[in-house]
Design a binder for this molecule. Structure first.
Ligand SMILES: [Cu+2]
Length: 179
């Protein structure tokens, strides 16, 4: 009887954990393909991504004056602590993947537009998971291995989002002042 109870308890616990895990995977723990390729449009990448112009194989950026961390499902500007970034024309913003998960910086609804593409770090930062194998919830890692840099050359307000997490509020704003 006792054994039966124990088995039942373990089964219920496993069911709950499995349910939680698969729901979470479907929701926002998605990280593409574990083999380092692409999964559902999210591909592995490394180093610095940019859509700034290239000259002789080198990306030409403005001075990077703002840093935005991509956390669980938010954009966090290091200066404001909010998903709001304030710069001047000609300056650049650097976004960083601070965990192993899929994100994008998608500003394609504005003009001029910007887009990082949908990526996850091929060499994930050494972020520890909250409950490894059960809830691979990312803990902030200050040493990102994947970043995206974009230089803003036109004053204005630029609303952007992460295409994977937009429905749970992963939206940001860049305000670019005239010089
Ligand atoms: Cu995201």
């Amino acid at each position: 009887m006792r054994r039966l109870k124990l088995t039942a308890t373990v089964s219920i616990a496993s069911f709950l954990l499995l349910g939680l895990s698969s729901t979470a995977n479907a929701f926002h723990l998605f990280r593409g393909d574990e083999s380092g390729g692409c999964g559902m449009g999210c591909c592995a990448a490394n180093g610095e991504l940019s859509d700034d112009p290239e000259f002789n194989g080198v990306r030409i950026h403005g001075t990077i004056t703002a840093e935005v961390a991509m956390l669980h499902n938010t954009f966090n500007d290091s200066a404001t602590g909010l998903p709001v970034t304030h710069i001047k024309v000609g300056e650049a913003v650097r976004w960083s993947w601070n965990s192993a998960h899929c994100h994008s910086v998608d500003g394609r609804m504005d003009s001029p537009s910007f887009y990082s593409e949908f990526r996850y770090p091929a060499e994930p930062p050494a972020a520890t998971a909250l409950l490894p194998g059960v809830l691979d919830y990312p803990v902030f890692d200050p040493t990102p291995t994947l970043t995206f840099v974009h230089t803003f050359d036109t004053p204005g307000m630029y609303l952007y989002f992460c295409e994977h997490h937009v429905e749970i509020g992963m939206i940001g704003l860049v305000i670019v002042d005239a010089p």
